[in-house]
Design a protein around this ligand. Structure first.
Ligand SMILES: [Zn+2]
Ligand SMILES: [Zn+2]
Length: 200
């Protein structure tokens, strides 16, 4: 969780004062008993309307609870907010582990339309534990996939159309974000415009 924790922290440090206040207000809403910590009950109450059942798995709560004291302090809760808004709540399709760091993704599933992507952890890829997936799958790690995507955009989209690609990416991030009570905290930069809600 170290890498994802630092990512969330870096985003948070770049938020405007108003966004930080908003994040704290949101944290306070979840913290029903006002002890500055979110315990498992408060966490479950918060997620009860969320369709992502994996997040409601107590094992995920334990992952977020980095110092294993049984509750989430503000810094640990920031990681939860980031994961929910970035759409980074990814789990290994083979062993169900939360993908907190580098992972592998099937490139065919990643680039095809209207099909869900297929991600697996480094251990499952190294141990070839993905036998239920199509046999011609070509896997790339997430960093390589990012570079491949950039090359693809550059090859396919003429310069003046790349602005549209950016818009599509932003829209995708908005869809991935938890738009309920959480609103848009991680929209980065100094802007406070919720209409321009994304982590970018
Ligand atoms: Zn795995
Ligand atoms: Zn695939």
């Amino acid at each position: 969780m170290e890498e994802i924790h630092r990512t969330a922290e870096a985003y948070y440090e770049n938020l405007s004062v108003e966004k930080k206040r908003k994040a704290k207000r949101f944290f306070d809403e979840l913290d029903k008993d006002g002890d500055e910590r979110i315990n498992l009950d408060e966490y479950m109450e918060f997620l009860k309307n969320d369709k992502n059942t994996v997040l409601t798995d107590p094992r995920f709560f334990n992952n977020l609870d980095m110092n294993s004291d049984g509750s989430l302090d503000y810094n640990e809760a920031i990681v939860l907010f980031y994961i929910m808004q970035s759409g980074r709540a990814l789990f290994c399709k083979s062993c169900d582990t939360f993908l907190a760091g580098a992972y592998f993704s099937c490139s065919q599933c990643f680039f095809k339309d209207s099909i869900s992507s297929y991600e697996i952890c480094c251990d499952c890829y190294a141990g070839k534990k993905f036998t239920d997936h199509h046999s011609d799958a070509i896997f790339f790690d997430n960093y390589t996939l990012l570079l491949q995507s950039r090359r693809m955009v550059q090859a396919v989209a003429p310069t003046k159309k790349r602005e549209k690609v950016l818009q599509i990416i932003k829209q995708g991030l908005q869809l991935a974000s938890f738009t309920g009570a959480l609103g848009c905290i991680f929209n980065g930069g100094a802007g406070d415009d919720d209409a321009n809600c994304s982590i970018m």
